[in-house]
Design a protein around this ligand. Structure first.
Ligand code: FAD
Length: 318
């Protein structure tokens, strides 16, 4: 079922959902299930599965030189979605990226999703590759998520890359896109970034999931500004519990977001990461409770492959 239908059917009740990361290649999928199992009692209507960018690896050659190869360390997003859908009877949402894929490859990914009965896709540009400073579009791929949304919309109406096929068997994907309550790191201003978000919605996006934030006011302001420029689709807040002391440096560095001073002070007081996790859980519980009181359609958690802290939060809130 579509995310928008889940929200409609919930009739104002806030839903619980989360995002997982595919295992590194060579690892057993059972570990993923072990992390998902404890969260299923909170009845998530959907689970997101990320897609990682490809990266360069260097292979030693006999002549002593290194050969540069490109590989994806966490492949399998669509396969994992299918396994979750049929194992847990839950809607699993693959993240489909511009980066690393030609439009042709994207068409095949979308067809796989359609054949597997996946009703939703999250359309994202993707981050820059680890070795790159800035995002570089793949040759014959998309530069911005809005272009990817248009391709998905086209496919929904039977318009393939090279032909229009008139058939009753088209896909009908519900399309999610990313939004940034503290502005995307490359955007010149908040207003400019919001205009870009509006372009994604105008291209056909059905809902927005936000980047993580730690101060709910940032989300509420973001929703107000989005509504003021005519973005009417559901805006789902994404939150992540702080889990290690290093998050104080890493999260602002990677996502260009601010951590509230009260949270920073609490984390700084912690003697070890067990205490940090507790602070992170309590902070996220307060965030989630307020988001629910203010009528957020869903509270979406970035699990980063660990379910223990998400379970503690969900137990206190849902
Ligand atoms: P876009 O919407 O294309 O925007 C990227 C930047 O370009 C923004 O600064 C925007 O303002 C600007 N822009 C947009 N259109 C134009 C235009 N026409 N002209 C000029 N500027 C423009 N990354 C992954 O690699 N894998 C994942 O699975 C993944 N999942 C995510 C899930 C969520 C909920 C979120 C919030 C992010 C996720 N990301 C993921 C990270 C995301 O890929 C990065 O934040 C990426 O840098 C931007 O993606 P986007 O889809 O928002 O890009």
């Amino acid at each position: 079922m579509k995310v928008t239908e889940h929200i409609k059917q919930a009739n104002g009740k806030t839903l619980f959902s989360f995002e997982i990361i595919p295992p590194q290649k060579g690892q057993n999928i059972q570990e993923l299930y072990n992390n998902i199992d404890p969260l299923m009692e909170f009845k998530p209507p959907f689970i997101d599965v990320t897609t990682s960018r490809e990266e360069y690896v260097y292979i030693s050659k006999e002549n002593g030189l290194l050969e540069q190869k490109i590989t994806r360390m966490r492949p399998g997003t669509v396969g994992i979605c299918a396994s979750l859908k049929y194992k847990y009877n839950v809607d699993a949402i693959p993240h489909v990226l511009c980066g690393g894929f030609t439009k042709e490859e994207t068409e095949y990914v979308l067809l796989d999703c359609h054949y597997l009965g996946l009703d939703n896709v999250m359309a994202l540009r993707g981050d820059a590759m680890k070795q790159e400073k800035f995002f570089l579009a793949t040759k014959d791929g998309h530069k911005y998520a809005s272009e990817l949304v248009s391709q998905i919309k086209d496919l929904n109406s039977g318009k393939y890359l090279h032909e229009i096929i008139e058939t009753p068997y088209n896909s009908d994907f519900c399309i999610g896109v990313a939004g940034y309550p503290e502005k995307h790191l490359e955007a010149p201003s908040m207003d400019a970034d919001l205009r870009r978000l509006k372009e994604k919605v105008d291209a056909g996006a059905d809902y927005v999931v936000t980047q993580m934030f730690f101060d709910n006011k940032k989300y509420f302001d973001f929703v107000d500004k989005a509504r003021a420029i005519g973005i009417k689709v559901p805006i789902i807040p994404g939150i992540k519990p702080i889990a290690i002391k290093r998050h104080l440096q890493v999260l602002p560095q990677i996502f260009k977001l601010d951590l509230p001073e009260a949270l920073v002070l609490e984390v700084e007081k912690c003697k070890d990461n067990e205490q940090v996790r507790q602070v992170g859980v309590e902070w996220a519980i307060d965030q989630a409770k307020e988001l629910i009181t203010q009528g957020a359609p869903v509270v979406h958690f970035y699990s980063m492959g660990k379910s223990e802290n998400i379970k503690s939060i969900a137990s206190a809130v849902f």
